[in-house]
Write a protein that binds this ligand. Sequence first.
Ligand SMILES: [Cu+2]
Length: 157
Amino acid sequence: MTSMARKKRGKPRRDRWFRRVAFLGIAGASLALAGALLWPLLPGIPPGPGGDATGEPGRTIRMTISMGGFDPYEIRVRAGETVVLKIWNPDSPYHIDGGGQHQFAIDELGINLMIPPRSTRVLTFKADRPGVFTFYCDVCCGGRANPAMVGKLIVEG
Ligand SMILES: [Cu+2]
């Protein structure tokens, strides 16, 4: 008799426990699914400070190119100096405009680099003569006509 009573009391408790676990499981799975679906739409995380860990010669300048434009949009170097430019593109590959790609081009110096979404490209160059050169991206949202997609390389003599 006593064992029957215990069993009767025990069953609803186990039922509630099962419902709680099932609810948490479903909620967790839903959050994981939502995260997996939204993940590609989030802006990427820039790579950590690497300094000159790559062992490349020259001064390293880091730049970010996104739909917001070039950051920095003005860079200063000395003529004859070897510059290692690391350009990070945090944009999503699912961007409807140009698939999140950007470009770094300077016509006068024969530079034309494509930076795929969520990646870094490294450009090593040396500007021999002083001057002010325009760099631009012509593969997204208005391209060169977009004031954000243009910047200046100032080479000091
Ligand atoms: Cu662009």
